[in-house]
Design a protein around this ligand. Structure first.
Ligand SMILES: [Zn+2]
Length: 175
C-alpha cells in the first residue's frame, strides 16, 4: 500500500502497469529474510530478520537490479533514474515502517557497514503477528491500526499527488 501511494509521486504517463507491481513487490521483498529464522540464523544477526534486507544499501541494490530488468527497452530512455528512485523509496519504506512499530528488534538501516538496529523515535504501529497468526483477534487489531496509520496517510498522499498533477497539467499546457 505504501509503495503504491509513493508511486503516484514518481509515475509519469507512459510506464506500464508493471511499474506498480514492481514497486509493491520490492516493498515486500525485505521480509523474505524470515527464511533465516527457519534456517537457524541467530536472532539479531545482520543476515537475520530486519537485518541487511531492511537496509538502505539493500534497497539501492534491489532497485538497481529490478529497474535494469524492467527498463531494457528504449521506451524507458530518460526515465530509468526515476524508476530506480521509486523502487528504492518503495523498498526502503518497508524498513522505515518496521522501525515505527513496537517490535523487540530494530532495523539494520546501515548494514552492511553498521549492524546496529534502529527504531524511529515515534513507534505507534503495533507489530503484526507472523504468517497465518495474522488471522486472529490480535491480527485484526493490528490490521485496524494499519488502516489508520498506513493506508489512510497513503491514500491521502496518492490523492494529493493526483490533484497536484491535474492542477499542474493545464498550467504546463498554457506555457
Ligand atoms: Zn520487515
Amino acid at each position: 500500500m505504501a509503495a503504491l501511494a509513493l508511486g503516484t509521486s514518481f509515475r509519469r504517463p507512459g510506464p506500464p502497469a508493471r511499474f506498480w507491481v514492481a514497486g509493491a513487490a520490492c516493498a515486500m521483498v525485505p521480509d523474505l529474510d524470515i527464511v533465516g529464522l527457519w534456517l537457524g540464523v541467530p536472532w539479531g544477526h545482520v543476515l537475520g530478520h530486519r537485518g541487511i534486507t531492511h537496509s538502505l544499501a539493500f534497497a539501492a541494490a534491489l532497485a538497481a537490479l529490478v529497474a535494469w530488468a524492467l527498463s531494457r527497452d528504449r521506451g524507458w530512455d530518460g526515465r530509468r533514474g526515476r524508476l530506480w528512485a521509486y523502487l528504492f523509496v518503495a523498498t526502503a519504506s518497508h524498513g522505515v515502517l518496521d522501525a515505527m512499530n513496537d517490535a523487540a528488534l530494530g532495523v539494520a538501516f546501515f548494514a552492511p557497514f553498521d549492524a546496529r538496529r534502529y527504531f524511529l523515535p515515534w513507534r505507534p504501529i503495533p507489530v503484526a503477528p507472523f504468517a497465518l497468526r495474522f488471522f486472529s483477534a490480535r491480527g485484526w487489531r493490528v490490521f485496524q491500526a494499519e488502516l489508520l496509520m498506513i493506508w489512510l496517510p497513503a491514500a491521502v498522499l496518492a490523492l494529493a499527488c493526483v490533484v497536484a498533477r491535474r492542477r499542474a497539467r493545464p498550467a504546463a499546457a498554457r506555457a
